[in-house]
Design a protein around this ligand. Structure first.
Ligand code: FES
Ligand SMILES: [Fe+2]
Length: 358
């Protein structure tokens, strides 16, 4: 396949070719070069609070199971049976062992193969050679990340200044408590969803309630590029029309995209974080979720208002990205044109995608 794009044309503001958003060969390459090598938000520590607790997730196309083992450490494995590759664990729960539902091979919480029915009839069968493949797992406060690349650098390198930015913005992540998970399904390539997230040029047009509360004018709404993530900082609009009460320790909103696909949001008000991935399902479909966390001083009514505010923005964005996907798939326009003073974070993201794939 011809995956050519010259970086100079990207620097001039041209977008990635439309075919990169529909071609299965591009997605295969993205899995191999991007998703299997980056830190992926998987879930929260409350899901593995007790010995034997486990939950399943994905690092791109790699099924993963995260467990709390007998020694009370959090571990992760490829959730792929060493027999014939059925997924071993399903959903979430608490178990002494993980048993594959296909032929009942049974693994310890340390990933070692404990039982394989009828394997005693196989001369030379060496159980110790068939442990679940380990996957890297690390935590930041209540957030659990996995990485399918055994050679990957530590999570802290990927997060870089993010923990300090949150702390400086009034959010102590260690004091946050998980509240709920909001799932999303999009008929759009994962990059369309990330790019939509990386600019607020569309906010005044497409998010009236958000823009009534947040100052989305280009001089007030700041965009910043770091090595491993892209950030937007938002202040409240003077005399704005609030959808929720934004008074509190957190004065400004922070919206970060951690390379390649993890969104991390803080809205003004009481300490809060929502975090989650956009995961490709197919070239033209993605799924994702946001896990919401709040500090103890956030009461239920306030939380409901924030969730409603966010849900409104999410529904508006779903309409936008699905329309973009139809346009990209139409073949009518091969390359779009970014405004580099308002959409430079998208340019940075696309350049990174191109440099990683080519
Ligand atoms: S595939 Fe898991 S036991 Fe056969
Ligand atoms: Fe949006």
């Amino acid at each position: 396949m011809d995956l050519h794009v010259d970086l100079e044309s990207l620097a001039e503001g041209l977008t990635l070719p439309a075919s990169w958003y529909t071609d299965p060969a591009v997605l295969r390459l993205e899995h191999e070069r991007i998703f299997r090598r980056t830190w992926q938000y998987a879930g929260h520590t409350g899901q593995v609070a007790e010995r034997g607790d486990y939950f399943t997730c994905r690092a791109g196309d790699v099924p993963v199971v995260v467990v709390r083992d007998r020694e009370q450490s959090v571990r992760a494995f490829a959730n792929v049976c060493r027999h014939r590759a059925h997924e071993v664990a399903r959903g979430a729960g608490r178990r002494e062992t993980l048993q594959c539902p296909y032929h009942a091979w049974t693994y310890g919480l340390d990933g070692s193969l404990r039982k394989a029915p009828r394997s005693d009839r196989e001369p030379g069968f060496d159980r110790s050679a068939f442990s679940l493949a380990p996957v890297r797992v690390e935590t930041w406060g209540p957030f659990v990340f996995v990485n399918a690349d055994p050679e990957a650098g530590p999570l802290a390198d990927a997060l870089a200044e993010l923990p300090a930015l949150l702390a400086g913005g009034g959010v102590d992540v260690a004091a946050l408590r998980f509240h709920s998970r909001a799932p999303t399904e999009l008929d759009a390539n994962w990059k369309v969803a990330c790019e939509n997230y990386l600019e607020c040029y569309h906010c005044a047009v497409a998010h009236p309630a958000f823009s009534a509360q947040i100052d989305v004018s280009p001089d007030a709404y700041r965009l910043e590029e770091s090595e491993t993530f892209w950030s937007q900082y938002a202040a409240l609009r003077d005399g704005g029309k609030p959808s929720y009460d934004a008074r509190g320790e957190v004065e400004r909103g922070q919206f970060h995209l951690l390379w390649p696909n993890v969104k991390l949001n803080v809205v003004p008000g009481r300490p809060n974080v929502s975090i989650g991935p956009v995961l490709p399902v197919s070239p033209e479909r993605s799924s994702g979720f946001l896990d919401y966390f709040f500090a103890d001083d956030a009461d239920d009514a306030w939380i409901e208002d924030v969730l409603a505010f966010d849900d409104q923005v999410g529904r508006e964005d779903k309409g936008l990205v699905e329309s973009v996907q139809r346009g990209l798939a139409s073949g009518a326009v091969e390359r779009g044109r970014l405004l580099l003073n308002s959409e430079h974070l998208i340019h940075g993201f696309q350049r990174r995608v191109a440099e990683t794939l080519l």
